[in-house]
Design a protein around this ligand. Structure first.
Ligand code: NAD
Length: 256
């Protein structure tokens, strides 16, 4: 397939999730060879097969993003099978809710390991290929919650703030190599990840209505709309955009 990403290998972490798979579909349709990294093996293999069936080029590589042994092994496999990646999208993320009273140290450490260390490891082991190619673009998944906080998700919010700070820092480090780094900040996105959070509330319908109403556009985003923002940041259309964040939030930050 031909498009904005023809001839490039794109690594996507959390690729089998709602936003990850929407991103994989879009990048593959626009010519990228998509390397799908996730720990959901059956879903990953099914996604790779579906993309290939649609004429895209895709490979699935099982990977726990928090593992300092799994990540370099996965990237080496990608490079060997498809070539060195020049595009990276870090989407893998989890949310363990709770308060200071209910959250355990293990909860905190797990959140940091997946949502922050996972982003660091993905960049650490992908950037050498980008430097070799003399080009690259990275998009890391943050959230509006990095800006507004949340009374029952302090570890999650902390990790999304860390992703922003990390992205800005490595944007400076990597600019001399022609590598751009940005973050993307969705508001609420209509996904099973969101459903899980909403359905745990005492009145899920009330929370869903409230969440939709937090956006100027009075609804949640669809995963494909977030993928469009990611693709733009990765593309040459954003050639002078680095070290910043793109809100795909339907006006959430204005309305709050
Ligand atoms: N859904 C929303 O409203 C929303 C809003 C803002 C930001 N985000 C962020 O977007 C990202 C994706 O959200 P989603 O709604 O698609 O969630 P999702 O749960 O559908 O996808 C997350 C993916 O990450 C994978 N994953 C989790 N831990 C992993 C690990 N250790 N190693 C490898 N893969 C791992 C999961 O298997 C899953 O495929 C997350 O980082 C989330 O914080 C979501």
């Amino acid at each position: 397939m031909n498009g904005r990403f023809s001839g490039q290998v794109a690594v996507i972490t959390g690729a089998t999730g709602a936003i990850g798979s929407a991103t994989a579909h879009l990048l593959a349709a626009e010519g990228a060879v998509v390397a799908l990294l996730d720990q959901q093996v059956a879903a990953g293999e099914a996604l790779a097969a579906a993309l290939q069936h649609q004429g895209g080029q895709a490979l699935f590589v099982p990977c726990d993003v928090s593992s300092d042994s799994a990540m370099p092994a996965a990237l080496a496999q990608v490079a060997q099978s498809a070539g060195g990646p020049t595009l990276l999208v870090t989407i893998a993320g989890i949310n363990l809710n709770g308060t200071l009273e209910t959250l355990t140290v293990a909860d905190w450490d797990r959140m940091m390991a997946v949502n922050v260390r996972g982003v660091f490891l993905a960049a650490k082991y992908t950037v050498p290929f980008m430097k070799q190619a003399g080009r690259g673009a990275i998009v890391n998944m943050s959230s509006v919650s990095a800006f507004v906080g949340s009374k029952d998700s302090s570890p999650y919010v902390t990790t999304k703030g860390a992703v922003l700070s990390f992205s800005r820092s490595i944007a400076g480090e990597l600019a001399p190599y022609g590598i751009r780094v940005n973050a993307i900040c969705p508001g609420w996105v209509n996904t099973p990840f969101t459903d899980q959070y909403i359905n745990a509330a005492p009145d899920p319908k009330a929370l869903r209505d409230f969440a939709s109403g937090q956006h100027l556009l009075n609804r949640m985003a669809e995963p494909a709309e977030v993928a469009q923002g990611i693709a733009w940041l990765l593309s040459d259309a954003a050639s002078f955009v680095t070290g910043t964040e793109l809100f795909v939030d339907g006006g959430f930050m204005i309305r709050r």
